[in-house]
Design a protein around this ligand. Structure first.
Ligand code: FE2
Length: 371
């Protein structure tokens, strides 16, 4: 039986992160923000000057991270409509595969929504093959086959050799996980979607007893590929005394979408200090959290006082511990944000921190009058 399942999903066995594609109101300014605050290099560009009409895109890179920011140059079309409805947000969680045609065929045969059939895209640097399937809300997954392409990113992009503009240099390495918020009672459906269409398995599940405070509640399931490269936690709101933070997201994003991107670092103390120096705003943690820290997680390498100064959270499981912190929303709408994470053995998603974190989130939600 195990062999049959792995055969059926053979085309998706080497799935990995390729890039995140953000649709934003002003890609030029957003690129400057991500470069200056988060230490990305603006490494590529596509727009009218390079033969593209209707939109402009900037490629941001840092270690294994690739983000693309795209803006429409007029009021019509899918990009402008996406930004009008959702605000700045993540349209495409693109995944690299060795064979995009086979990946698309496998996913669609097993129930994925077909958005764009496999198509070749070429320029003087070679050929990439792209195919797209749907996910929650207006979010999509593009399968990217890039073995035949040698350019800076994908056909149409020209290289820009701009050095990072960040005054203080963080060390952001790769995507750890990408979290989706879906509507009331939709979590199970979307977890099933990934298990059927991509052959993903469920890693963990949290119910509203795990993830609730006096006021708000949510449920979460984490699905992943067999190699545990691509991890998708999926949240849905649950009834609490006041409005769930997931519901606030759904109201402002106008539907389901990517809530946060967790970015792995090998040095969270240095990275968070650098990001703070560059003006990145984080959710602050109540000081009382650190009074109870050693009793909860035991002795760890990092000094409690430093973690308290930086507001870094710690969680543990039977395999080790992990350190994490969450930025405030990256735009005026209280929608997408980043998590910075350093794993020291633990595969946890921070269950032990949910309560401490949500108290902090709710303080912010209350300030906006949405609690
Ligand atoms: Fe997370």
């Amino acid at each position: 039986m195990a062999t049959q399942i792995s055969d059926r999903y053979a085309a998706l066995q080497e799935l990995d992160w390729d890039h995140l594609h953000f649709y934003v109101g002003n890609a030029k300014q957003a690129a400057h923000y991500y470069a200056t605050a988060f230490g990305f290099t603006i490494a590529g560009y596509a727009g009218p000057e390079t033969g593209r009409s209707g939109s402009a895109s900037y490629l941001l890179v840092q270690n294994q991270l690739r983000f693309v920011l795209t803006s429409a140059l007029g009021p019509d079309g899918a990009i402008a409509q996406h930004v009008a409805l959702h605000g700045d947000g993540i349209r495409d969680v693109a995944l690299s595969v060795p064979d995009a045609r086979a990946a698309f065929a496998t996913a669609v045969e097993n129930g994925a929504h077909a958005i764009a059939q496999p198509a070749e895209s070429s320029d003087e640097h070679g050929t990439a093959i792209l195919a797209t399937v749907g996910s929650y809300g207006d979010t999509v997954h593009t399968f990217v086959e890039r073995a035949g392409y040698r350019g800076v990113f994908l056909p149409g992009f020209v290289p820009l050799a701009r050095e990072p503009a960040a005054p203080s240099r963080p060390d952001l390495r790769a995507i750890d996980h990408v979290v989706g918020n879906v509507g009331w009672n939709e979590m199970d459906w979307w977890a099933q979607y990934y298990s059927k269409a991509f052959g993903f398995t469920q890693l963990v599940s949290f119910d509203d007893n795990d993830i609730s405070t006096e006021f708000t509640a949510l449920r979460s399931k984490v699905v992943s590929d067999a190699r545990r490269r691509v991890k998708f936690p999926i949240n849905e709101p649950a009834e609490g005394r006041k409005k769930s933070q997931i519901e606030e997201f759904l109201d402002f994003y106008h539907g389901a979408g990517v809530q946060h991107v967790a970015i792995a670092t090998d040095d969270i103390l240095k990275t968070v200090q650098a990001l703070r120096d560059n003006g990145v705003q984080f959710l602050e943690t109540p000081s009382s959290y650190y009074d109870a820290l050693e009793a909860r997680v035991g002795r760890i390498d990092e000094a409690t006082g430093v973690l308290r100064d930086l507001s870094i959270l710690v969680d543990k499981d039977d395999q080790g511990y992990m350190l994490q912190i969450f930025t405030k929303p990256l735009q005026d709408r209280p929608t997408v944000f980043f998590e910075i994470i350093q794993r020291r053995g633990s595969m946890s998603f921070g269950k032990g921190n949910f309560k401490a974190l949500f108290v902090a989130i709710e303080e912010e939600q209350g300030k906006r009058g949405n609690l």
